[in-house]
Design a protein around this ligand. Structure first.
Ligand code: C2E
Ligand code: CA
Ligand code: CA
Ligand code: CA
Length: 278
């Protein structure tokens, strides 16, 4: 048994090292890919459940190497985090989202806040608010044009610095949402002092909320927790009418998911806005 364990360990160890190597090789290609325009933002609409009103768009990274298979955004972000390139990539996301919002405004398309995902690493230099404000000002956009999505793992490190940054962002008019709520390992205590205005129910809970009692209970609990804290609550990954009905019954007021709209490339998102917003 001991030998078997050692062999298994060796296999896992070399698998892990292969994965690390793969991440490094990937990370190496990111700067050129970004410069070559292989990396883009897609936009996924968010709605109220009751009257299907558009309330926002989430910006999601897409990397399509020419002739190759698309690279998953979480893999891209992980690779960028490990080499420190996440600062540049993250700033590119901020710039690109602002540029797109500005274009929509100029075209007279209704503009709702665009939510961008921010990695915890982007908070470490303590300059996130300055960077975001710089790009908003460059495009003459109000702070409410953006919402930032953070995960709860952020509450684990450098809490004071992050707290200050979040307050500055809220003061500048930006929304702050907690993404993938309930999937991290942090305690709930940060909810008392983090200036959050929206909680996102992770799609692993939404998925199977009708098949599994536990998922239903978790969704229900997150909705009432959010409301008791005075936060809005949005469910992500909604794929069926039954899930939508269930969430509506629980008092959840906002949704995002393939059932209503998939993430769209900028061009398609513009067309979509033209058709849906009048
Ligand atoms: P996330 O922030 O939780 O994003 C939601 C993910 O769920 C997206 O996957 C979206 O395409 C997917 N999704 C939306 N509706 C449905 C649905 O109805 N069913 C299913 N099965 N999936 C749905 P995506 O685009 O692959 O992004 C994966 C993750 O990559 C994101 O998870 C986020 O953690 C990360 N990510 C994406 N863009 C960025 C970025 O600009 N910066 C950072 N730091 N992370 C990003
Ligand atoms: Ca997100
Ligand atoms: Ca999420
Ligand atoms: Ca996620």
């Amino acid at each position: 048994a001991k030998r078997c364990g050692r062999a298994t360990y060796r296999i896992f160890d070399s698998l892990r090292r292969a994965a690390e190597l793969n991440t490094l090789l990937l990370a190496d290609r990111i700067p050129d890919a970004l410069a070559a325009g292989e990396i883009q933002l897609y936009y996924q609409p968010q709605f109220t459940i009751g009257d299907r009103r558009l309330i926002g768009m989430e910006a999601l990274l897409r990397w399509m190497p020419p002739g190759g298979a698309p690279i998953a955004p979480d893999q891209l972000v992980l690779a960028a985090e490990q080499t420190g390139f996440i600062a540049e990539l993250g700033e590119w996301v901020i710039h690109e989202a602002c540029r797109q919002i500005s274009q929509w405004r100029n075209q007279g398309l209704e503009t709702v806040p665009v939510a961008i995902n921010v990695s915890g690493v982007q908070f470490l230099r303590g300059e996130l608010t300055q960077i975001i404000t710089k790009h908003l000002e460059h495009f003459r956009l109000p702070g409410r044009s953006l919402e930032i999505e953070i995960t709860e793992t952020i509450a684990l490190d450098n809490t004071e610095g992050i707290l200050r940054e979040l307050h500055e962002l809220r003061q500048a008019g930006l929304g702050v949402a907690i993404d993938d709520f309930g999937t991290g390992f942090s305690s709930l205590s940060y909810l008392r002092y983090f200036p959050i205005n929206r909680i996102k129910i992770d799609r692993t809970f939404v998925n199977g909320c009708l098949e599994f009692r536990e998922n239903a209970a978790i969704c229900k609990t997150i909705v009432s927790l959010a409301h008791n804290l005075g936060c809005q609550v949005i469910a992500e990954g909604v794929e069926t009418d039954e899930q939508l009905d269930f969430l509506l019954q629980q008092g959840c007021e906002e949704v995002q998911g393939y059932l209503l709209a998939k993430p769209l490339p900028a061009e398609a998102a513009s067309e979509w806005l033209k058709e849906h917003c009048h």
